[in-house]
Design a protein. Sequence first.
Length: 521
Amino acid sequence: MPDRAGDERRNGDDLAAQRAFLRQVIDLNPSFIFAKDRAGCFTLVNQAVADNYGTTVEDLIGKTDADFNVSPEQVEHFRRDDLEVMDTQCEKVIPEEVITDASGRKHYLHTIKRPIIGPDGIANQVLGVATDITARKRLEEQLAQAQKMEAVGRLAGGVAHDFNNLLTVILGSVELLLDGLEPGHPVQPNAEEIRKAGERAALLTRQLLAFSRKQVLLPVVLDLNRVVLDGTRMLRHLIGEDIELLTLPDAPGAGVKADPTQLTQVILNLAINARDAMPHGGTLTVRTANTSFDGAYASTHPDVVPGEYVTIAVSDTGHGIAPEVLPHIFEPFFTTKPPGLGTGLGLATSYGIVEQSGGHITLESVPGHGTTFFVHLPRVGDMGEESGLRVAGSRGGQETILLVEDEEMVRLVASSRLRAKGYQLLEAANGQEALVLAAAHQGPIHLLFTDVVMPQMGGVELAARLAQTRPDTRVLYTSGYTQDPVVHQGAGGAEDIFLPKPYVGETLTRRVREMLDGPAR
């Protein structure tokens, strides 16, 4: 006779196994899977939903969103959507909605809700599947920010290219004027004011290029601990007596490759920002530390390359930054300060310098409890001898220099200064003219001093073609702005062969002398 009891038992075991399997499947799914009835009570949830509410699957069944830390507005939103799906018996797709988990963190969800129709043809339950798109949302925000910065950067770069040429002429001309004036001459104060205004304009241009990451940097190997310690004296003068300054260089072997002037500017910008956040005094802490970023971190931060970094942390005990301000904190010209007390370029400039140096900058802030900015720079494995800024005299010479500059006024200022130092000049307005001059010149050409960006033939191509007939000629490049700076074009040690615009005569003659006296290339 058939063993009906055994068959039923086996069928029951199979059904239990299938249910356990299905339970495991939905619990392993990272998306939120849930079902609710018309009263808003959960009739089915998976482990992801329970984790979000900070409870268990069993405890959620029979409960509503209102029984947990969900705002009344959010509860009403969920309830309205659920009833709409059940009443219309149609699927509803919510491309983006925001929820808060048990720890208070916000998540962005893409949700699909479908009616569960019973045997009577009535939908008394709704099934929902919500996918967490927080990581994608953050990447989209980062991309939008990058595109915004790139657009402003292109504008800034185009303006800076022409503006730096004008500033080179202004600063060079006023310097020549001052050199020719006797002490106490009535024109001298006015000329000094012109020079100061030109220098302030040059600083503004460098800031525009820095936040757009188009500034030409001159990096050297630095001990970040020493940079922080050396900046302490300057910081004390900036922050005032009512703010305590703590300097904690805690990163052993903190070697990085960066432009020392620009890196100091970053620290000063962050310190000034911290000072302004503590109008009634407080504590400013500048600390260094070694940091590692792995692939998991880099996957959520597209601008980060996994590896070893040295971090500068600048912390204050000020009023903090409001959550609605955080997304705009590095935007150029964005400021919460009253008119006349901030340009909105300080943090944007710092952001651009750090990004262009191969690092990245982040921050943590709690309103009422202060802010910490973290500057992460790639660590140099073997620091060896720390590089320093060379100091050379501005003495002249009798060598022959081929000066190539398409802006006539800039060329005139540079040639006047170099001739005054005794150099022999061959002047050309473009690359083609320079090659003709070089071919006709009988003697040696000791140095090619050329603009990088010129019509028809740029400075890099000119240098390469001149090297075919005059391999001993040394090269010094200059530019106010270039989309692909020569320092990134594979010319070894290029940071040593570049003079950024605007420059004054003392800077020009010093750099020229360094090139002529330095080792052959």
